[in-house]
Design a protein around this ligand. Structure first.
Ligand code: PEP
Length: 249
């Protein structure tokens, strides 16, 4: 059985006050023991979030990392630095990084390798644009992004990833993939993983991301190949995010 994973990505939102609110909410509200939860604040809040989540089962994540280990890379953050704050998960290949910061497949692979080398878990985001979906290219695009990373890793490394299917047209738009649309792509991803290794396909967690909210999470999470969610906007409200976590239990 794959343990559901719910990951909240704050993007460039939030405040120290919100960090405290989440720490209090998680300390006061029990989470189902059958669900794993992680929160990804902006990097300046990692230390405060680490402190706020102490004593709760919620893990800490980061939104991006440098592929380089150290040196003259102004503005960048290394995997080893994230590790110092007990960061467990790090996003790689988020569509906003791909489109706004020109991170191509090679850059995504380099970041995944840097994360793995430091013992972090890369959450590889893949997804098609609306134009690509309407042109019937969804599977080719998504599997291409998947292979660009998985082909560059060895068997042992592949097992340590999480994959998030995030249709670009559903991110931050309020337009969610239907459960069957999402399941269809998740099944294609799992089938492709099976070509690497049957055990990998069986165990690797596939998250759905794209306008997941408290009122649509349960039906998405009920699909057989959806093992959790990557949540943007709805992870900024304690009640909403906790409700999503509860519905995964
Ligand atoms: C995301 O940024 O990964 C995301 C899924 O955002 P939202 O939930 O706001 O669509």
């Amino acid at each position: 059985m794959r343990m559901p994973l719910i990951v909240g990505n704050w993007k460039m939102n939030g405040s120290l006050e919100l960090v405290e609110q989440f720490g209090t909410a998680f300390a006061e509200t029990g989470l189902p023991s059958s669900v794993e939860v992680a929160l990804i604040p902006p990097a300046p809040y990692l230390a405060a979030m680490q402190a706020a989540l102490a004593g709760t089962p919620v893990a800490l994540g980061a939104q991006t990392l440098s592929p380089e280990p150290k040196g003259a890379h102004t503005g960048e953050i290394s995997a080893a630095m994230l590790d110092e704050f007990d960061v467990r998960y790090v996003l790689v290949g988020h569509s906003e990084r791909r489109s706004m910061y020109h991170e191509d497949d090679a850059a995504v692979l380099a970041r995944a390798k840097a994360a793995l080398a430091a013992g972090l878990v890369p959450v590889l985001c893949v997804g098609e644009t609306l134009e690509q979906r309407e042109a019937g290219q969804t599977e080719a695009v998504v599997l291409g992004q998947l292979e660009a990373v998985f082909d560059g890793l060895d068997d042992e490394q592949r097992k340590r990833l999480v994959v998030a299917y995030e249709p670009v047209w559903a991110i931050g738009t309020g337009r969610t993939a239907t459960p069957s649309q999402a399941q269809e792509v998740h099944a294609a991803i799992r089938a492709r993983l099976g070509e690497y290794d049957g055990d990998l396909a069986e165990k690797l967690r596939l998250l759905y991301g794209g306008s997941m909210k408290a009122d649509n999470a349960a039906e998405l999470l009920a699909e057989p190949d959806i093992d959790g969610g990557l949540i943007g906007g709805a992870s900024l409200k304690t009640n909403e995010f906790l409700a999503i976590c509860q519905s995964a239990g």
